[in-house]
Design a protein around this ligand. Structure first.
Ligand SMILES: [Zn+2]
Length: 254
């Protein structure tokens, strides 16, 4: 019997900041984030490391668990250390399951900006099981604007430096391998995708509210922008749609 071909649709969520109250659109309330984690658990989702999805997309991993889901968080905001990490640890203890997460970091802010984590805090997180720290460029430029502003040679130098320096500093400071990239503001273009590949990144991620599949661009894979406006019900709709899409495909005769 032929193996069932199945197009798995994996929701990759991206969070940013966490707060006790609603303060701005990028900050999700602590209570709502806890409700999101509960929703993920209730729907039977299995949180997998982003590296597993990348291996699947690259054809190195044949299959992912049914109802696989990925958690990511961008920008290295201090509230990720103060609010998010403890809630994920609680969820792990309560459910007995791993809740891996990938943090996309732009090193220029770390231990400098008042809103950002310190290198010591990042190092502490990087040593906890399930935490992966990856590149979000060096100082979070708007690459689309920069390409318009700079001549082609200058833009190429600029973009190379952003992608290489970020990885170099993260690897030096944390001692972990950096092979994944999230585009600042989710903005990229074909030239940047080719550059990320040339520089040895395995995959890169943008922002687009749909699930990632084998057909997703490897250097602009979609992530759901998960803001405070995304209620637990809205999240459940996204996840059910993705899991149903996988299911239908799984049942297709081969
Ligand atoms: Zn960002």
């Amino acid at each position: 019997m032929a193996e069932p071909t199945f197009l798995q649709a994996v929701p990759i969520l991206v969070y940013h900041r966490f707060a006790d109250r609603a303060v701005d659109s990028m900050s999700i309330r602590r209570s709502l984030f806890a409700a999101h984690l509960e929703t993920i658990h209730r729907l039977g989702a299995q949180v997998i490391p982003l590296s597993d999805w990348v291996a699947y997309r690259r054809g190195e991993l044949k299959q992912l668990p049914a109802r696989a889901l990925v958690l990511t968080v961008d920008d290295g905001h201090l509230s990720q250390y103060q609010v998010m990490a403890p809630l994920l640890q609680e969820a792990s203890q309560r459910t007995g399951a791993a809740w891996p997460i990938t943090l996309f970091i732009y090193p220029s802010a770390i231990s400098k900006a008042s809103y950002a984590m310190s290198w010591a805090q990042l190092r502490e997180l990087s040593r906890q099981p399930g935490f992966s720290l990856q590149s979000h460029s060096y100082w979070h430029p708007n690459f689309v604007q920069e390409r318009r502003r700079l001549d082609p040679a200058a833009f190429d130098r600029f973009a190379r430096q952003q992608l290489q320096r970020s990885r170099g500093v993260l690897q030096d400071k944390l001692g972990t391998a950096v092979t994944q990239l999230a585009w600042p503001f989710g903005l990229s273009d074909a030239g940047l995708h080719a550059l990320a590949e040339e520089l040895g990144y395995h995959a890169a991620f943008g922002l687009s509210n749909r699930a990632a599949t084998l057909q997703s661009p490897q250097f602009d894979a979609p992530r759901y922008l998960t803001l405070d406006s995304v209620s637990e019900r809205a999240l459940a709709v996204w996840l059910k749609q993705a899991f149903q899409a996988s299911q239908i495909d799984q049942e297709k005769p081969t």
